[in-house]
Design a protein. Structure first.
Length: 141
């Protein structure tokens, strides 16, 4: 039970709290943790300079890799190892796909993140995961 946990992170404090919760469970249950960060598609139609576009995308990827590096550091400080994956696309769709394809037992994520769209009570990504996931979902506030 809960041997394969998926933790989507976006660099927000609440996503790191979700990672802490997953690490706590891993300490107690010996769970395998996979942390994913999904780079949202950037609206590039208004950027006419190829050089500027390349620089922006490289900066975005570097920032995203930094989020995953921080997660690895947090786990290492607790004496644990995690798997990290950087993906690109629609966060909710990718999180749901990964949870199914990799047969995850649980998704632990923040109730709100720093995505481009926010809802009043529950973030749009976490709301979609909560309503469409085939496995249990733990939302952290």
């Amino acid at each position: 039970m809960f041997s394969k946990i998926l933790v989507p992170v976006d660099g927000s404090d609440i996503s790191y709290r979700a990672l802490d919760a997953a690490l706590f469970l891993s300490e107690k249950l010996g769970s395998n943790i996979t942390v994913i960060h999904v780079m949202e598609d950037v609206p590039i139609t208004q950027i006419e300079s190829p050089k500027l576009l390349t620089e922006l995308l490289e900066a975005y990827k570097k920032e995203s890799q930094g989020v995953l590096s921080k997660c690895s550091e947090i786990a290492t400080k607790k004496g644990l190892t995690i798997n990290t994956i950087l993906l690109k696309g629609n966060p909710a769709s990718i999180i749901l796909d990964i949870s199914i394809k990799e047969k995850k037992d649980m998704v632990i994520m923040g109730s709100r993140g720093i995505g481009k769209f926010k809802e009043l009570i529950l973030g749009s990504v976490s709301s979609k995961i909560l309503h469409h996931s085939s496995c249990p979902v733990m939302l952290i506030r």
